[in-house]
Design a protein around this ligand. Structure first.
Ligand code: MLT
Length: 328
């Protein structure tokens, strides 16, 4: 797709006359804009949505809104503050649904961008030493990247201030499913790291702003942190950055986050083209577990009363169909 961008006419034929619904129920700059840019480059038209003037304001359920917009378009991109919202949308829509971020759960297309950027910069993902640094508890981009890096056999170190660690079940799953090599450290050792991946404290997912500010004060990518760091280190960030990276780091040649953001367009073009040209319709998989009720307060299943438990295979733990959090 990146090469195709040099031939606008060829690009524009790929999804000509197709319609993409861009359903953002939560703030976004890059994801929203880059999906729009990607769809436009491919020749598709965009159905724009403004949640404040939608029927949700009159009390319409999320699944009704999704079902309806599915009837207007050929694919639905959805961002929502609740975990599992994209999965619920996929269950009620006939057309492909792309998760553009569901609460503090997952952000898969961001992980595609991150993996693509690592591969472009380092020539590979397997064996590359990546430090995930910061709010690993709430940052969906970190969660998706953990899985992505694990699938491609990177060497992963998790490093976070107290209370902001990655959920144990996610680490356990990455190890079990993908044989991931995951180390957990108190301080990042950047002398041999190939990639430092950080992100802002996800303030909107905290109980109180004061708690979030205290968490933010506990880590920072500064010139001091970079003393002794690998000269070939790549510093990545999904953006927006707030206080977690000193402004002077922007001019360090190792800071590659704006280049990373630019990769969002070709990567999302690929995601749209693959979904809309017939690839990637995921099977429902797993076994339905009756009587399941998700305990995650941030999960869409509570609001939409769509409880469905799901067991992936013999002997595996039961988890929520939507936010995928294991029971118990
Ligand atoms: C996201 O939507 O998760 C962004 O890409 C990262 C952030 O909001 O910090």
């Amino acid at each position: 797709m990146e090469e195709l961008l040099a031939s606008p006419e060829r690009c524009a034929g790929i999804l000509q006359n197709r319609l993409v619904a861009n359903m953002f129920f939560e703030a976004s700059t890059r994801t929203n804009q880059s999906f729009q840019a990607a769809a436009n480059r491919l020749g598709a038209k965009i159905l724009v949505f403004h949640p404040q003037s939608g029927s949700g304001a009159k009390g319409e359920s999320f699944s009704d809104t999704m079902r309806m917009v599915d009837g207007y378009s050929d694919a639905v991109i959805v961002r929502h503050p609740c975990e599992g919202a994209a999965r619920l949308a996929a269950d009620v829509c006939e057309h492909p649904v792309i998760n553009a971020g569901d609460g503090g759960n997952q952000h898969p297309t961001q992980a595609f961008i991150d993996l693509y950027t690592v591969r472009k910069l380092k020539g590979k993902v397997g064996g590359v030493k990546v430090v995930l640094f910061g709010d690993l508890a709430h940052a969906r981009s970190m969660h998706s990247l953990l899985y992505g890096l694990s699938m491609f056999k990177a060497k992963i170190t998790l490093c976070s201030p107290p209370g902001l660690g990655m959920a144990e079940w996610m680490v356990e799953e990455a190890r079990r499913k993908f044989g991931a090599k995951v180390a957990i450290e108190k301080k990042p050792d950047l002398s041999s790291a190939d990639v430092l991946y950080t992100c802002r404290v996800q303030k909107e997912r905290f109980g109180s702003p004061r708690e979030a500010d205290a968490a933010q004060a506990a880590f920072r990518v500064s010139k001091k942190l970079l003393e002794g760091a690998n000269e070939e280190l790549a510093i990545l960030h999904p953006l927006p950055k707030v206080d977690e990276i000193d402004a002077e780091v922007d001019s360090d040649p190792r800071a590659r986050y704006f280049e990373q953001a630019k990769n969002g367009v070709p990567v999302r073009m690929a995601a749209l083209a693959m979904c809309m040209r017939g690839f990637g319709r995921e099977g429902k998989g797993g076994r339905r577990v009756p009587g399941f009720s998700c305990k995650n307060q941030s999960c869409i299943s509570g609001i939409e009363k769509a409880h469905w438990g799901w067991a992936e295979g013999a002997g595996l733990r039961v988890r929520c169909r939507y936010c995928e959090r294991p029971a118990g």
